[in-house]
Design a protein around this ligand. Structure first.
Ligand SMILES: Nc1nc2c(ncn2[C@@H]2O[C@H](COP(=O)(O)OP(=O)(O)O)[C@@H](O)[C@H]2O)c(=O)[nH]1
Ligand SMILES: [Mg+2]
Length: 308
């Protein structure tokens, strides 16, 4: 991954989808009109290349309404596809804004173990620091000592305060203390790390519900954001994680990580089409600067293959 530019990594993250689409479109060169077989092939390719059936059908319908466009060349078709993808992505491209009053804005970060929660928290903290916000981290994943340690290391590196308790400590209690301290010290953003034990749905649900209850007692608007972190390398599995976490925790927005580590980023489009949840940012690497805003037109262009 090292040495690759941001845009190279992003191109790689959607390669599976863009290549499958590209191969199919290339086969249409010289045609004057798309027939049903052409549309079937494109739809099929898009489904198997992570965009999912509903999105594939939308694109098929758009192309079906413009069968003559192929006479204008493959570029014309790419543009139609990009427009349709962008139409789905634009409404969900929504950066995480800090606008809570009273402060602090409380951002609960959830997701399965290994999805990239803690790393994303550090990246977000860095982003907010750059915008001159006072940030504080909360080590709400008390299940493993290593998880607490990892967040502490990031807090030190970033130079931001952290509220942490012992391994096995009560995360709701730690969150409670953190909000009180953040309020007293004029912190703008409180980012809460949580445990992602999806194996025990009941426990996870209870724990997140308890954290939310405690937060609500201090400020009825908190948590202001419940951000689900999804690992792009899990492909279609990311979709079922959205279903589960919406049910257990009421997700308000998404961050997808590891788009640099897979070519299966197309699942993000599928998620946008199916859930319509805001997509706040995407992760394209392990360092603090590797969080990118989610740019709908850029990604639609990459998938359709007309980024030059
Ligand atoms: N390549 C890549 N690795 C990532 C990204 N985000 C997180 N990781 C790595 O994924 C692993 C798990 O991340 P972590 O933040 O500990 O996940 P958590 O268990 O959900 O808190 C770590 O090795 C991270 O460095 C990303 O955007 N790209
Ligand atoms: Mg973690």
């Amino acid at each position: 991954m090292t040495g690759q530019s941001w845009s190279e990594r992003l191109l790689g993250g959607f390669r599976r989808t863009s290549e499958r689409l590209g191969e199919n479109l290339a086969g249409l060169t010289g045609k004057s009109r798309l027939d049903d077989d052409d549309l079937d092939r494109i739809e099929e390719a898009l489904i198997t290349a992570d965009l999912g059936p509903a999105m594939a059908e939308r694109i098929r319908d758009r192309l079906a309404a413009r069968r003559d466009a192929v006479a204008g060349g493959i570029e014309e078709l790419r543009k139609i596809v990009a427009d349709e993808i962008a139409a789905v992505l634009r409404p969900v491209a929504e950066p995480l804004d800090i606008d809570a009053f009273p402060r602090p804005q409380v951002i609960l970060v959830i997701g399965v173990n290994g999805s990239g929660k803690t790393t994303t928290i550090a990246k977000l903290a860095h982003l907010f620091q750059e915008q001159d916000y006072g940030v504080m981290l909360v080590a709400g994943d008390t299940f493993r000592a290593a998880a607490i340690g990892q967040l502490k290391v990031w807090a030190e590196r970033l130079g931001v305060p952290i509220m942490a308790g012992p391994e096995g400590g009560d995360s709701a209690g730690i969150v409670f203390d953190a909000v009180k301290q953040a309020t007293a010290t004029g912190i703008d953003v409180l980012i809460v790390d949580t445990a992602g034990r999806l194996q025990n749905k009941r426990e996870l649900m209870d724990e997140l519900a308890k954290i939310k209850r405690v937060l609500g007692r201090l400020n009825p608007a908190a948590p202001h954001d419940v951000v689900l972190v999804l690992d792009a390398t899990t492909g279609q599995n990311a979709l079922s994680q959205i279903d589960v976490f919406r049910e257990v925790a009421g997700v308000t927005g998404l961050v997808m990580t590891k788009l640099d580590g897979t070519a299966r980023g197309g699942v993000l489009v599928s998620a946008a089409e199916r859930h319509g949840l805001p997509i706040h940012a995407i992760g394209i690497g392990e360092t603090i600067d590797d969080l990118r805003p989610f740019d709908a037109d850029e990604i639609a262009g990459i998938i359709a293959g007309n980024i030059r």
